[in-house]
Design a protein around this ligand. Structure first.
Ligand SMILES: [Zn+2]
Length: 244
């Protein structure tokens, strides 16, 4: 297939092209938008399609994380087995943890974070697109979290598998998705992060009670009540420090 000559397109045309294909794009510079358009054009079958997950599907660089000064390559979440529906020990991710991750690790500009409530991922979370959440502890201090995310535009198609790697204290270290827009912070990953933050917030009391003796207690994924208020993104805790 011929490459698409979109370098001279205006930013609004680039965004329109991506919007029509449900590819996440807000907050990116023009250079990145051009790359996304080319990628979508060259792989039309992958737009809003599930990519195969056989074998090594998450790049090593995505899973390479510095922990206490040591560079560690974490396992591919798609190859792990023994996932647990009991979320009693789910990492304590807060909305502040999500913001810190998107800002520091994913380079989201401040303007995008300020308008977060307009993000599609945030809306997917509030519309309950996240389900089948499971955890897989790793090395005592960290856990993988995975879930299914119902697609925004093709809800009858198979859902995307999305994942996070976080410390037990809730610091998010890595993330990914099966969609073509996967850069670790696509709308599906954002939906999962905020769905987990909402879950932790809803179950805060019971989780803190259960943590000391979690062996025989069960805490599984629940949906928020329709009447409950969505968690405000600037609901913060002591770990969130503004850098000025
Ligand atoms: Zn995605």
């Amino acid at each position: 297939m011929e490459s698409i000559a979109c370098e001279k397109w205006t930013v609004s045309l680039l965004k329109q092209y991506l919007r029509d294909r449900a590819v996440p794009h807000s907050g990116y510079c023009k250079e990145k938008l051009v790359k996304l358009v080319k990628n979508s054009h060259e792989n039309p079958s992958l737009v809003d399609q599930v990519e195969p997950t056989d074998g090594e599907s998450v790049s090593e660089s995505r899973r390479t994380i510095t922990v206490n000064g040591d560079v560690v390559v974490f396992p591919d979440p798609h190859l792990l087995t023994g996932w647990d529906d009991n979320l009693t020990k789910i990492p304590s991710i807060t909305s502040a943890c999500c913001l810190i991750y998107l800002m520091n690790k994913k380079g989201w500009p401040a303007k995008r974070l300020e308008n977060f409530e307009n993000e599609r991922g945030y809306q997917l979370c509030n519309d309950n697109h996240i389900n089948t959440v499971q955890i897989k502890p790793h090395d005592g201090n960290m856990s993988y979290i995975r879930a299914k995310c119902i697609r925004q535009t093709a809800q009858k198609e198979s859902p995307y598998c999305v994942w996070l790697l976080a410390t037990n204290r809730g610091n998010i270290e890595a993330s990914g998705c099966q969609c073509i827009g996967d850069d670790g912070s696509c709308k599906h990953v954002v939906a999962l992060m905020y769905a987990v933050a909402n879950f932790v917030h809803r179950n805060e009391v019971s989780l803190s009670i259960q943590r000391p003796t979690p062996t025989d207690l069960l805490c599984t994924w629940d949906k928020p009540h329709k009447s409950s208020e969505p968690l405000r993104i600037y609901h913060t805790d002591g770990r969130f420090v503004h850098s000025t």
